[in-house]
Design a protein around this ligand. Structure first.
Ligand SMILES: CC(C)(COP(=O)(O)OP(=O)(O)OC[C@H]1O[C@@H](n2cnc3c(N)ncnc32)[C@H](O)[C@@H]1OP(=O)(O)O)[C@@H](O)C(=O)NCCC(=O)NCCS
Length: 195
């Protein structure tokens, strides 16, 4: 076996492959497109959404969305950056799994008009189910600001456990904010039934 073959084998064992299309009961999760910029700007321009995220500036406009989309919609990154859409392809949020400093990190957000209907639990469950099928031994790390009870609840329902607490800078709040770190082992993953 030559070095090129060894290299290829190693890559397929540690990466989940291209960002898939995932259909859940009420949602279609698909790779992002440049044309999602307007919807993303509308959702993340809302401080009630961006204040719960660490890396989203405020104000946030279409150019900010385009700057984020160009690499993420190109397919050149190993990340899964899934657009959460309703049946008519309305973009209502995002779920992202990205390798950062050797760990798979989960992040997500939803347009405020769609909160409290169980959509994020459904979207993250569908994403993790597919991810663990491709990466059965991966651990997934996530977290939430300590005042984000809805997000911590989403993670708890899916089987995440709290592993640490620290302070994380929020760009939109322009200050350090208490933050809870969480982790999910594949064997702890559960898909909650919809009420
Ligand atoms: C966090 C977020 C993704 C949740 O999305 P969602 O679709 O409303 O979540 P779900 O409906 O699937 O689940 C939310 C759960 O939290 C509960 N919840 C909502 N608000 C709550 C609050 N203030 N306190 C306690 N629990 C709360 C809901 O009742 C639900 O639990 P249940 O199913 O047991 O009733 C959404 O609020 C959001 O996008 N927030 C801004 C961005 C963000 O926080 N991203 C995550 C960063 S870690």
């Amino acid at each position: 076996m030559n070095a090129a073959v060894l290299q290829k084998t190693d890559t397929t064992a540690t990466m989940p492959g291209p960002c898939p299309v995932i259909t859940t009961e009420r949602l279609v999760l698909r790779p992002h497109r440049i044309t999602d910029a307007t919807a993303i700007a509308e959702s993340l321009g809302d401080f009630k959404v961006s204040r719960m995220l660490s890396r989203v500036p405020q104000p946030y406009d279409r150019q900010d969305a385009l700057d984020w989309l160009v690499p993420h919609a190109s397919g050149i990154l190993p990340d899964w950056t899934l657009a959460i859409t309703t049946g008519d392809d309305t973009h209502i949020g995002a779920v992202c799994l990205e390798p950062r400093r050797g760990q798979w990190r989960l992040g997500y957000w939803l347009n405020r008009l769609y909160w409290d209907r169980g959509y994020m639990t459904e979207a993250v469950a569908g994403t993790l189910e597919r991810f663990f099928r491709r990466m059965p031994e991966a651990q997934v790390f996530s977290g939430a600001f300590a005042d984000n009870l809805a997000s911590l609840n989403v993670q708890k329902k899916l089987g995440f456990t709290i592993v640490d607490a620290n302070q994380l800078f929020s760009i939109s709040r322009n200050r350090m904010v208490p933050h809870i770190e969480t982790m999910l082992l594949p064997e702890d993953f559960r898909r909650p039934a919809r009420p």
